[in-house]
Design a protein around this ligand. Structure first.
Ligand code: C2E
Ligand code: CA
Ligand code: CA
Length: 605
């Protein structure tokens, strides 16, 4: 809040209180945990309810409105989201009033931002000492309290309020990290024999939710979670918003089973089904748990760190079944090893140790090459070739895959440019792209940027995305698909048949190609597998989606899939992935190859 606004608000407040005597509106400006001190009649209100009662009494004693003059205001900013205004003014009753009141009044108000509103959390109104003597309007019924005591109490209360506010999260009204740590330390000290756990969790893809639905909705979701968390906390338990979309709960537990049951029941209660339905999204969480056995001497900060490590481990391993995992020292060691691998990879990338291998895709009908997939290989300085399975999963968890994917795209485009300039008939190349890119808003733009910089026609690039990405990134994939198709890129769904994506959902994005996974094509002799294959192929045909059969290794497979009118095959039977030079010599330069696009191939068969 700016200075002028704080003054304006306080002027309004003094008018509501002294002139309009509009207590109903005044109450709306009060925070639910207001403390209100009036030295005039010696009242101390420690809650909203007490303040209301006090207003009721006041209304009966002072009737009519007051006149204000000589107003002066000073503004202070003692903490973030806290404003303190000191006001002074002359307050008097009109001459004809029965109860004569003519005093110089002072009051200080502390405002705190609660959600989008500024609310009063503390108010202390007072009169200079001399005015206390024999003032006729003082409430004799309740008796005069020690004026000095009240003054000191007010000052202390104000200081505590400001200190408290510093430990609260202004968006949600629950503790922030500082408040959580401080209160958790106290609770743990008070219950040294009780097992406790810290659950820390965050919303998956919160950035995306903010981006799609807007920050206001994002804030709304955070506030809802906070308020639900407070309800879930029992006596001696606390919750907090640690930062952004990350929350923590300190919870007591009897045994692991009961704790698991409770955490599992929590997940459905963080955000109401109603909210999810209204916003048309499903919100998922990833969490980490740190168990605090009795006698644990670690600081709460360290425990929170451990819960966070587990949470991070969970959120980067999307395939794990549970939404949360327990901290284990092995997690820390594992993350260290992963970081080391990424450091080595960064260095290797500078040395250009990551190479492109190409595996041609063949039209089942004609046996001609109609495209190729580019696959990465890490060639160590001693010539040893490291296969992607050994490093891609780690790159996925650390996020380094995004760097590698762009590096490969850059290399691919550079080579394609060279092939085009050499007059080769360049086939479409499909490139694997990690699902992690989906979280980046400008991803398609950046992808396009690279392709356009090398002046590669968009229909020569096929974008491969694995089916498993659908479980989590459904909404994002729909946008991505539309963006890619708008720019005339081909979209291939990789590892098709391994996930459990509803086919209807998948077809909604109108992919150009379904790449049938090796696990399906290998199963072609099993009757049940055959049934699945036939159904899938039928649907693909009906929707004019081409099928690439992956992992074709035998003549039997070729015949089987050709008979089913599958379009394209990729596998060792035809070609193994080969280095760039080999691809140029054996495939690009071979004279009898006629390139066609997948669409043509699928239409003819
Ligand atoms: P993928 O996209 O499913 O690639 C096909 C994998 O199957 C390749 O393994 C390929 O060598 C292998 N393959 C092809 N034909 C046959 C066959 O007939 N029989 C058998 N047994 N295997 C066959 P590769 O090259 O080891 O790649 C493994 C995975 O690594 C890829 O699976 C892909 O998901 C990922 N990957 C590779 N390069 C990249 C990349 O540049 N970026 C990203 N994000 N992922 C990549
Ligand atoms: Ca692939
Ligand atoms: Ca695949």
């Amino acid at each position: 809040m700016r200075r002028e606004r704080a003054i304006e608000l306080t002027k309004l407040l003094s008018r509501l209180y002294f002139v309009k005597r509009d207590y109903a509106t005044l109450e709306k400006c009060l925070s639910k945990d207001i403390t209100w001190i009036g030295t005039g009649r010696g009242e101390i209100c420690r809650s909203f309810k007490e303040a209301q009662e006090h207003f009721q009494e006041e209304k009966e004693i002072y009737t009519g409105s007051f006149l204000l003059s000589n107003e002066e205001y000073q503004v202070q900013f003692p903490a973030e989201h806290v404003v303190c205004v000191l006001a002074e003014m002359d307050v008097r009753t009109p001459h004809q009033a029965e109860l004569v009141f003519d005093e110089h009044m002072r009051f200080s108000v502390i405002y705190r931002k609660e959600g989008r509103r500024w609310k009063i959390i503390h108010l202390h109104n007072s009169m200079p000492d001399k005015a206390q003597e024999g003032a006729a309007y003082l409430n004799e019924r309740r008796g005069r309290r020690d004026y000095r005591f009240i003054k000191e109490a007010a000052a202390e209360m104000a200081a505590t309020r400001i200190d408290e506010v510093r430990k609260m999260d202004s968006l949600t009204g629950i503790f922030n990290m500082e408040g959580f740590v401080e209160h958790a330390e106290v609770i743990l000290k008070e219950h040294p024999d009780r097992p406790y756990a810290i659950l820390k969790f965050g919303i998956n893809q919160f950035r995306y939710i903010n981006h799609i639905l807007g920050y206001r909705t994002g804030d709304h979701i955070l506030r809802e979670i906070a308020s639900n968390l407070e309800k879930l906390c029992e006596e001696g338990e606390i919750c907090s918003r640690i930062e952004k979309d990350n929350f923590a709960i300190l919870m007591a537990y009897e045994d692991r089973e009961a704790l698991d049951r409770r955490i599992n029941s929590f997940k459905e209660k963080f955000v109401s089904q109603e909210t999810e339905e209204t916003l048309n999204i499903s919100i998922h969480f990833s969490g980490g748990v740190c168990l605090i056995e009795p006698g644990n001497k670690e600081s709460v900060k360290r425990m929170l760190d451990k819960a966070m490590l587990a949470q991070h481990y969970r959120s980067t391993r999307r395939r794990l079944e549970d939404d949360y995992i327990y901290y284990d020292p092995e997690i820390e060691r594992c993350q260290l090893r992963e970081q080391e691998l990424v450091e080595t990879a960064r260095f290797a990338m500078k040395r250009d140790d990551f190479k492109m291998y190409f595996q041609p895709q063949v039209c089942l009908d004609t046996g001609k090459v109609i495209g190729t997939e580019v696959l990465v290989r890490w060639v160590k300085p001693d010539g040893r070739i490291v296969m992607p399975d050994e490093f891609i999963p780690v790159f996925e968890t650390t996020g380094f895959i995004k760097t590698l994917d762009f590096y490969m795209l850059e290399k691919l485009c550079a080579s394609m440019r060279r092939w085009l300039d050499s007059g080769y008939h360049v086939p479409p190349v499909s490139i694997n792209q990690s699902r992690l890119h989906l979280e980046d808003r400008k991803y398609v733009e950046e992808f396009c940027g690279v392709v356009d910089r090398w002046r590669i026609p968009h229909d020569l690039i096929a974008f491969e995305l694995t089916e498993s990405a659908f479980t989590e990134y459904n909404e994002m994939i729909q946008r991505l698909a539309a963006e890619l198709h708008n720019r005339r890129f081909r979209l291939d769904i990789d590892d098709f048949g391994t996930g459990y994506t509803a086919l209807g959902l998948l077809m909604l994005i109108e992919p150009d190609v379904l790449k049938m996974d090796r696990s399906l094509t290998a199963n072609f002799e099993n009757p049940k597998g055959q049934l699945v294959l036939k159904k899938l192929i039928e649907i693909a045909k009906e929707t004019h989606t081409a099928i690439i059969c992956e992992g074709i290794e035998t003549r039997e497979q070729v015949e089987y899939f050709r008979a089913l009118h599958c379009d394209i095959a990729q596998g060792y039977y035809y070609y193994r992935p080969m280095p760039e030079t080999a691809f140029e010599e054996q495939v690009l330069r071979a004279e009898d190859i006629v390139w066609r696009n997948v669409g043509e191939c699928s239409k003819e068969s």
